[in-house]
Design a binder for this molecule. Structure first.
Ligand SMILES: *Cc1c(COP(=O)(O)O)cnc(C)c1O
Length: 366
């Protein structure tokens, strides 16, 4: 009998990629598959997006890029953190990975290693910090960085220019518009491709433009915005976390449930015990009232989440030991659990335990 179980819905991944392609409106798509495909499995996600016609992938590190090449994926491949060492440059070269230069130290590494590299072989992007103040060269540093790349024979002359938005998920896009303005001033007369949009900007900011977009969370069915819901954009959940009831019991009025006695039964009430907890990746911060489905019926958790168990309010719910419990998935948006727990769907997806991921059921893989 199965207990907590992760299911990946490949049809949903493909569908969401099609939504992104349509929003991209002719722009090319780097599907973001970093962090093990946002917890869905790097290769599961990448193969689904490949089948749905992505133009490329965005990963965080060269090692992730290598894993995709070794699996036989031939699309363009953007390494967001770029190369930090000569070995990583060699890896990029050997496997046609496109490296982002976001810091001057990476140019130093390139120049001290460049004589060993074949001519024009390495595709490069410059990341400009247009206001997020995380990774990226300042606008003033870009011309010098471009000159250094152009004078390096190993670098393909078509250098890309990219940036990343800090606040495209908010209803007020003034900070994003300011970033776009900075980007445009840097990109004026740029020879090479450009890329600006994450999921939120792709769906919410029609003026951002660029040759490439870089959607991530929307491809997995998460809502990229801090308002509204994913379904409004026809996005489908690609991950389901389900388990079953291992006990159904009655808690007397005044009985305190679980560690810390956080929930006190206001009346004698039926409580379900389900086999899932923070050890599986269910958020420990989920408060009383966090929604959960039992036999497809919406109810709520009561009491603190334990390592491998949660307790569920079964008032008004017909349920027995062995019945199905859905933590999130097609019947309950992961964003609801994230919001209740003070986090975002990205984190819940990435937090699913390695064991559940390794044993995930993959539905619809061709
Ligand atoms: C992760 C990432 C993305 C994708 O962001 P989403 O919000 O998941 O769409 C795009 N660009 C960069 C630089 C990233 O790090």
């Amino acid at each position: 009998m199965r207990r907590a179980r992760l299911t990946i819905l490949v049809d949903a991944l493909r569908h969401n990629l099609a939504v992104a392609r349509s929003a991209a409106d002719g722009r090319a798509v780097f599907a973001a598959v970093k962090a093990d495909g946002y917890g869905h499995g790097l290769l599961t996600a990448a193969r689904a997006f490949s089948a749905a016609g992505t133009d490329g992938f965005a990963v965080a590190t060269p090692a992730e890029g290598l894993a995709l090449r070794e699996a036989g994926l031939t699309e363009r491949l953007l390494v967001l953190q770029g190369a930090m060492t000569a070995q990583e440059l060699d890896l990029a070269l050997d496997h046609s990975l496109e490296v982002v230069f976001h810091d001057v130290a990476q140019l130093d590494v390139l120049e001290s290693h460049a004589t060993d590299l074949p001519e024009g072989a390495l595709r490069a992007w410059i990341k400009v910090d247009t206001g997020m103040h995380r990774a990226g060269l300042s606008p003033e540093q870009v011309a010098d960085a471009r000159a250094r790349l152009d004078s390096c024979a190993a670098i393909d002359p078509h250098v890309g220019l990219m940036t990343h938005f800090a606040r495209a998920d908010e209803p007020d896009l003034s900070a994003t518009d300011a970033q776009i303005d900075v980007f445009r001033s840097v990109a004026a007369g740029w020879k090479g491709e450009t890329s600006l949009c994450n999921s939120a900007a792709l769906l919410g900011c029609e003026t951002a433009g660029g040759d490439w977009v870089r959607p991530g969370i929307m491809l997995y069915g998460g809502n990229p915005f801090i308002f509204g819901e994913a379904a409004q954009y026809d996005l489908r959940p690609a991950m389901e976390l389900k388990t079953q009831l291992i006990a159904v019991r009655e808690v007397p009025r005044g009985g305190a449930i679980g560690y810390g006695g956080r929930f006190v039964a206001p009346e004698t009430m039926p409580v379900g015990v389900a086999s899932v907890g923070y050890g599986d990746g269910y958020p420990r911060h989920a408060p009383d009232g966090t929604p959960i489905l039992v036999n497809g019926r919406r109810t709520q958790i009561v009491g603190r989440v334990s390592m491998d168990l949660v307790t569920i309010d079964l008032r008004g719910v017909e349920a027995q030991v062995g019945d199905e419990v859905e933590c999130w998935g097609s019947g309950l948006a992961i964003d609801e659990i994230a919001q209740a727990s003070g986090t975002i769907s990205y984190e819940l997806m990435c937090q699913v335990s390695g064991q559940l991921r390794a044993e995930a059921r993959i539905l619809g893989q061709s």
